[in-house]
Write a protein of this length. Structure first.
Lengths: 305, 117
């Protein structure tokens, strides 16, 4: 990660800190005002993991868009967590008006966090590079346009969504979970299930992995950041047992893992990073990326590596 | 599924879209049940008109290679086998050749009937 990116990540951690502190205070208030019991303890742990852990984890990604949303989410969670304890402390608050107020405040807090995240790191664009001579290539005519697209399904991600669904159902049936917890888990179920179906796309701008149903970007590798591409058999030992769906664990390893092993498109990115997507016919995809890099380099007259 | 168009080619863009799908099926890179990218996505990525893409998809539907369903998009049918796609591709090439020679559909069909005899 470059110095500029590291500095931006640090600044964004600071931007999220007040929100995180407010959220921790909210969780403590939730504990202080609630009734003790195993169900409520589980709910609070779940809340803490989701609301505090997820944004902090996303801040480590090094991706400007993900970090910006993470700071916004940390601030929104800081408001949402006060929903229940504040209502308990001041029961005279009218229900519907209180709900509207909290949701509006959470939306405003998200916007505030998003803005507080500040400008993205200014990394100078890497010079256009040609992939090595022996890299796979899918021949492209000078003005030819193309779209390569494949749908992938991550069964382990779908299984996680199913487990979360069962947890939410148990919370609801036992009466232990508050409405907020069930709503948060429901959002987690939906988000996870949607990210299990992805469409991998290669075009003149790079490689994009999007939700197959909504088209929302899960992860992408802009061509400006790609040095070369190849197709290979995935080595499962490189990943943790739970590394499925969009890969966000490490700033140096990005992409989307749908299967434990098998054919994968692997991109070498700038700043020593790697982008991995498990997808069939990866050789064609890799060939297109390399051919597009050649075309760009020809426009800039760069010799092969 | 690789869809490619060359705007400098004399072949209409819609025909090039359809030819890309036929090629993918013929080469075994796509098969029955595979969903084609949405026409909107293809149009956006290739910088061509949405109706041009739909024309290409409609050609494939007329050939029985894809099924167009509202909400489900275009899905390759059971007929989308390598041999079938090869036949469709040869038929397209025959039609293009007939046009170049100034012949009409009836002339091309006469040639096909004669070849069967």
């Amino acid at each position: 990660m470059s110095t500029s990116t590291t500095r931006t990540t640090r600044r964004r951690l600071l931007a999220a800190a007040p929100g995180t502190a407010l959220a921790v205070a909210g969780i403590l208030a939730l504990v202080a005002t609630g009734t003790p019991g195993r169900g409520s303890a589980l709910a609070i742990v779940l809340l803490g993991l989701l609301g505090l852990g997820l944004p902090l984890w996303q801040l480590r990604s090094g991706r400007p868009d993900v970090q910006r949303r993470a700071v916004g989410s940390a601030w929104a969670f800081a408001v949402l967590i006060w929903w229940v304890p504040a209502a308990r402390l001041a029961p005279q608050l009218p229900g519907a008006a209180w709900t509207v107020l909290v949701l509006s405040a959470a939306a405003a807090a998200y916007l505030l966090g998003y803005l507080l995240a500040g400008p993205d790191a200014s990394n100078p664009p890497a010079p256009a590079a040609r992939p090595p001579h022996d890299a796979v290539r899918t021949p492209l005519a000078p003005g030819e346009r193309y779209l390569w697209s494949r749908t992938v399904l991550s069964r382990p991600t779908l299984a996680v969504a199913a487990l979360l669904l069962v947890a939410a159902a148990l919370q609801l049936l036992s009466g232990a979970g508050s409405g907020v917890v069930v709503a948060l888990v429901a959002v987690a179920v939906l988000t996870t299930a949607l990210s299990a179906f992805a469409r991998v796309r290669v075009d003149g701008d790079g490689v994009h992995v999007r939700q197959a149903l909504l088209g929302r970007t899960l992860t992408d590798a802009p061509l400006d950041e790609v040095r070369s591409a190849r197709a290979e058999q995935l080595d499962p030992d490189r990943f943790r047992w739970n590394d499925y769906g969009p890969l966000r664990r490490s700033p140096g390893l990005l992409g989307y893992r749908a299967r434990r092993s098998g054919e994968a498109l692997v991109l070498d990115l700038t700043r020593g990073r790697e982008f991995v997507v498990t997808v069939a016919d990866a050789a064609t995809a890799a060939g297109l990326v390399n051919a597009e890099l050649d075309r760009r380099a020809e426009r800039g007259a760069v010799p092969p590596c | 599924m690789l869809i490619r168009v060359d705007p400098s080619s004399t072949v209409p863009l819609g025909d090039q879209v359809a030819a890309s799908v036929r090629r993918a099926v013929a080469e075994g890179r796509a098969g029955a049940g595979d969903r084609l990218p949405s026409a909107r996505e293809v149009a956006g990525a290739l910088g061509i008109n949405l109706h041009t893409v739909l024309r290409g998809y409609q050609q494939l539907r007329d050939e029985g290679l894809v099924e167009l369903r509202r909400g489900r998009g275009a899905v390759l049918t059971e007929r989308a086998t390598g041999g079938r796609a090869e036949l469709s591709r040869s038929a397209s090439e025959l039609a293009a050749l007939a046009r170049r020679l100034g012949l009409d559909e009836a002339d091309a069909l006469d040639a096909v009937r004669a070849a069967f005899r």
